[in-house]
Design a protein around this ligand. Structure first.
Ligand code: C2E
Ligand code: MG
Ligand code: MG
Length: 750
């Protein structure tokens, strides 16, 4: 007979067959039990069927010489497929009695029974044949070799059907269980592993294989399917694209299955095609699938259908999960996902110390207002990308609120300064260069945090505290921080009230010409007298005002007051320049230039008599924001001074573009001029730089004669500091100015 192709149902299983399957069926036998008290009958039967193969299998014979032996043998060999049973042995009814015991006592329903009798004419009752499910009844002499073969084949075929039905019942059971279990998987890889395992169960082989999916329908070659799960010998194939699986039988079968959208049996395994309603078909490859295994077409299709349906379900769950755990804009983890990650770390504490950092963009809402949502979103994308690029595998990056990002991981990997540096270079958005700074709120991760959600809250209060300090700030959570935050909140409350009740006022500090000592300008400095009479320094309340948005009103008020004061002094004969400090958040308020222009008109002050001071870091931070604003002010005739110069980082080219009227050397460099020898070299450099670029220089915080002399020698243009005057109350101004003018005329007279 030779090698026989598996017949029937198995054939239909294969939709597109490549080559012949090497059926491992050769190794399997049909077990035939010959029960006969004449040993010759057994020997003859064996001889007759020695080399015969039926339905793809060889035969294996067992012999029992009595019904009692037969009973015992069957007990230990329940896999007997056919019993060839002598009717008359110890007794006339020994054969039929055995049949009763096989069916009733041993509960063996599957073995086919062929009754053989040596005595023609003796026939069991038809009732018995039906009742005990006897397959055939033959007279021994009738059974020639050919006849024997035919009878046995018929019996084995019906045995096989019964066996398949029984096997399928348990397969069906497994399938149904598999379905519910598989639906419990909430990620595709987990589901895919489950499918491979179930396929293994179904085909009775180890579930060694690949699950490929995730690609988009043909026509979109952007995203070929990938190996979603890989087991056994394929373990390291995980996440490879299917077009990168190399020249292997597995790859060919998988590709063919995707291409033909049918299951493929080839290369010793099965590539099971799983269609999808949502357009992301999958193929599961199972190695060493023997199609000789009886698997009904119907069951097979049920499996494919159910698995494909379950896959769609899991994809849906994954998408929903995605929506619940992934930030829609940046694709980073969102707050819930971060909280869960931290919860996980609380359950299974990692080895080293961990830290949670919140990273918040300073003044993002103003940036957004200035440039519009589209550019704002692009900035968030840019920040997300840089954070992720710098994170490393141990750090989880998330976006927890509009412009607030988070990083959770080993403490060493979460040093704020490192992260700030990554965000320092300006972002290129639609041809614009936009720089931004961030502030950090951190919490050292420990058992004190009861949950991820709470850890995030603690980090938030640290962030709040950092924000209150100003831009580019860092704060870590502690109990003091919590108290501090309360205090700050009280401060903001007080500030708001003070502003409403007009308890804020301006003081004016003179600026003098270095060479002549003549007063040339005044700087307006804000003051707040608290209820207890103490003066709250601006360094303390201005950041609070900036953070709360109160700075807009505060700044506009200061601008108007200073302009009115300058106009009044001008009317009284003091034609002085008025310098007003402006912070980044004020500059960012849309319509800031307009507000200044209106204030000048209202106050009746010529624009050139006003100078705004912005700090170096503000000036350099976002040239694309600052330059147009300053350009508009300069076009009106308003002067610009760079405050605290030397403390930030300026590039020559941006300084040139900015073209300020004045640089103000920060007080810290002026202090150095007191030192003997080389002290003050920075002041010297700044003055040289300003001269080269054609800007004027003002030295801040001049307190000593020695400083004044050295600044004069270096060629500094103007001076400001306690040496000349502290900031003055409005009421003291006329007197001081009159006195100064008098002193001036003294100098002139001398
Ligand atoms: P600034 O613009 O650099 O102002 C100079 C600061 O140095 C002022 O402090 C002034 O009182 C102080 N100062 C002046 N001469 C001397 C001196 O000889 N020795 C010492 N040790 N200090 C001197 P103040 O008034 O406390 O203001 C601090 C900062 O607050 C200002 O620095 C400015 O950045 C900000 N500020 C003040 N008023 C306003 C305002 O109206 N709007 C904005 N946005 N910021 C303001
Ligand atoms: Mg200033
Ligand atoms: Mg300054």
């Amino acid at each position: 007979m030779g090698h026989q192709r598996p017949a029937d149902a198995e054939d239909q299983l294969v939709f597109a067959t490549e080559g012949e399957d090497a059926a491992a069926a050769d190794a399997q036998y049909w077990t035939i039990l010959v029960v006969d008290d004449e040993p010759d009958v057994y020997t003859a039967t064996c001889m007759a069927l020695r080399d015969v193969e039926i339905l793809g299998r060889r035969l294996r014979f067992l012999h029992a010489a009595s019904s009692i032996d037969a009973f015992e043998l069957l007990k230990s060999h329940p896999d007997v497929a056919v019993v060839m049973l002598d009717v008359v042995m110890e007794s006339e009814s020994a054969g039929l009695d055995l049949v009763v015991r096989i069916r009733d006592e041993l509960k063996l329903a599957k073995p086919r029974i062929i009754l053989r009798t040596g005595q023609p004419g003796y026939a069991p009752e038809m009732r018995a044949i039906r009742e005990y499910d006897i397959n055939d009844y033959r007279i021994k002499s009738e059974l020639t070799r050919t006849r024997l073969f035919t009878v046995l084949t018929a019996a084995l075929r019906s045995y096989r059907t019964l066996d398949a039905m029984e096997a399928n019942r348990s397969d069906l059971q497994a399938l149904l269980e598999a379905q519910t279990e598989l639906l419990g998987a909430n990620t595709m890889p987990a589901f895919a592993l489950g499918v491979l395992e179930r396929m293994g169960m179904l085909f009775r082989v180890p579930g060694e294989g690949l699950f490929c999916g995730g690609g988009r329908r043909a026509g979109d070659f952007d995203e070929p399917p990938r190996v979603v799960a890989a087991t056994g010998r394929y373990a390291d194939w995980s996440w490879r694209r299917i077009d990168q699986l190399g020249d292997t039988p597995e790859a060919h079968a998988v590709e063919l299955a995707f291409a033909t959208r049918r299951s493929v049996h080839a290369g010793g395994g099965l590539a099971l095609y799983l269609p999808s309603r949502t357009g992301s078909d999958a193929v599961a490859w199972l190695a060493t699938v023997d199609l000789g295994h009886r698997l009904e077409q119907e069951l097979f299709e049920l499996f494919v259908q159910n698995t494909a349906g379950a896959a769609d379900g899991v994809r849906l769950v994954e998408r929903l999960r995605d929506a619940a755990y992934v930030d829609g804009l940046t694709r980073l983890a969102n707050r819930s996902a971060l909280a869960e990650t931290i919860d996980g770390a609380l359950r299974v504490p990692p080895d080293g110390p961990m830290r949670l950092l919140l990273i918040d963009i300073d003044q993002f809402s103003e940036l957004n207002e200035t440039f519009g949502d589209r550019i704002g979103d692009a900035l968030l994308h840019g920040v997300a990308a840089r954070l992720e690029a710098g994170a490393g595998s141990a750090v989880r990056v998330a976006r927890v609120a509009n412009d607030t990002f988070a990083a959770f991981g080993p403490r060493d990997a979460l040093v704020p300064a490192d992260w700030a540096r990554r965000l320092d270079p300006p972002f290129e958005v639609e041809g614009l260069q936009i720089g931004l700074s961030v502030s950090f709120g951190g919490v050292e991760f420990n058992r004190e945090c009861a949950s991820g959600g709470e850890a995030i809250k603690m980090a938030y209060s640290a962030l709040k505290r950092a924000k209150q300090t100003g831009h580019r700030s860092v704060a870590f959570y502690s109990h003091e921080v919590a108290t501090e935050i309360k205090e700050r909140t009280r401060l903001l409350h007080g500030l708001r009230q003070a502003f409403d009740q007009q308890h804020l006022f301006l003081m004016y500090q003179p600026q003098v010409d270095a060479a002549s000592g003549r007063v040339v300008g005044l700087e307006a400095l804000m003051r707040w007298r608290a209820d207890d009479g103490r003066l709250v320094p601006p360094d303390r309340f201005i950041p609070v005002a900036e953070q709360s948005g109160l700075i807009k009103d505060l700044g506009a008020w200061a601008m108007r007051s200073a302009i009115h004061r300058a106009a009044a002094l001008r009317a009284a004969g003091h034609g002085l320049r008025m310098a007003v400090n402006v912070s980044m958040s004020q500059l960012l308020v849309p319509g800031f230039e307009q507000m200044v222009g209106d204030a000048l008109d209202e106050g009746g002050l010529p624009a050139h008599a006003l100078e705004i001071e912005i700090t170096e870091s503000v000036a350099m931070q976002s040239p694309d924001i600052v330059l147009p604003k300053l350009g508009a002010l300069k076009a009106m005739g308003v002067g610009v001074a760079i405050d605290d110069f030397g403390t930030g980082y300026s590039s020559l080219s941006s300084l040139e573009k900015l073209a300020p009227d004045r640089l103000k050397i920060d007080r810290s460099f002026v202090v150095g001029l007191d030192a003997e020898g080389g002290g003050g070299s920075i002041a010297e450099m700044i003055i040289d730089l300003a001269r080269t670029l054609g800007f004027k220089v003002v030295a801040e915080g001049v307190e000593t004669l020695r400083q004044r002399r050295r600044l004069n020698a270096l060629g500094c243009h103007e001076l400001q500091g306690y040496l000349f005057s502290p900031p003055l109350m409005v009421d003291d101004l006329p007197g001081w100015l009159a006195h100064a003018a008098l002193a001036d005329s003294d100098v002139d007279a001398a």
